[in-house]
Design a protein. Structure first.
Length: 276
């Protein structure tokens, strides 16, 4: 990410969520703010997908939609169990807080200061009001910890919390990830983490993954971390999580489509980890 500039990958993800609302049927994830926050003029821009196989772009878009749906479902379950705090790490143009219907549930969006300023401008331009239940928490994970960021706002360290970490882990070093996971695990019983990560792949999927890695690195946002399922389970267990559920992208999407997905959806894996 270039100094003083918003995250290009955040815009690419937001654009994929918006295009999903218009291009895919059946829809996996419904977001009434997705198109508005991106802006219709930006929907036609190619971004990282320019020149790629359209079917590959479609599969990636479905994966982004599925992981957002999974995060929404997890938050719904957590709120039903009494959770009243949601922390969105690397929020970008995420709209979870805008779609929150519970006046007593607080959302804390954690992201790089430049990206947060950009988001607030996008919200203003789109005529979308910032709800009173949303707090912006500026944090650069490579120089500031999550603990330091949340210490500066009205965050209850004793309350069960849902943490969402989508499209983030691959951009952080292992020490930064470990510090973040440990902080989340120490939040206490009833807290839950939803995150995705890069899983090693072979063959054609590896070639397309390498091509995408080059594109994001050229934008100043290189991938720094990847794990096998066993490696990630060990890391999360070692920082204090009691249960770790791991699903491939195809498994997650198949769950929402109600059928077996055999298409290669690349290296994405989604995890739900809980604290007893």
């Amino acid at each position: 990410m270039e100094t003083g500039q918003p995250s290009r990958t955040a815009m690419a993800v937001a654009r994929a969520r918006a295009q999903h609302q218009l291009a895919d049927e059946p829809r996996v994830f419904t977001d009434p703010f997705a198109v508005r926050i991106v802006g219709e003029a930006a929907l036609g821009e190619g971004g990282f997908d320019r020149g790629l196989d359209p079917d590959l772009v479609r599969r990636r878009r479905l994966w982004i939609a599925a992981r957002s749906r999974f995060a929404d479902d997890t938050v719904t379950e957590a709120v039903a169990s009494g959770c009243r705090q949601v922390v969105v790490l690397g929020a970008g143009l995420d709209t979870s807080a805008l779609r929150n219907t519970h006046p007593d549930v607080r959302f804390f969006e954690v992201d790089h200061p430049d990206t947060q300023r950009w988001k607030q401008h996008r919200l203003a331009d789109a005529g979308i009001a910032v709800p009173p239940t949303l707090t912006f928490v500026p944090v650069d994970f490579e120089s500031t910890t999550l603990a330091e960021g949340l210490a500066g706002v009205d965050f209850d360290r004793t309350h069960p919390t849902a943490f969402l970490m989508l499209g983030v882990a691959m951009y952080l070093t292992l020490p930064s990830l470990t510090a973040t996971w440990r902080f989340i695990a120490e939040q206490g019983g009833g807290s839950v983490l939803v995150m995705d990560y890069l899983h090693p792949v072979a063959g054609a999927s590896a070639a397309s993954l390498e091509e995408r890695a080059k594109r994001v690195a050229a934008a100043g946002e290189p991938w720094l971390s990847s794990f096998t399922a066993d490696e990630l389970r060990g890391e999360l267990s070692g920082t204090g999580f009691s249960t770790v559920e791991d699903r491939s992208a195809a498994e997650v999407l198949g769950r929402y489509l109600g059928r077996t997905v055999t298409d290669s959806l690349g290296s994405g894996h989604l995890v739900r980890a809980a604290v007893a």
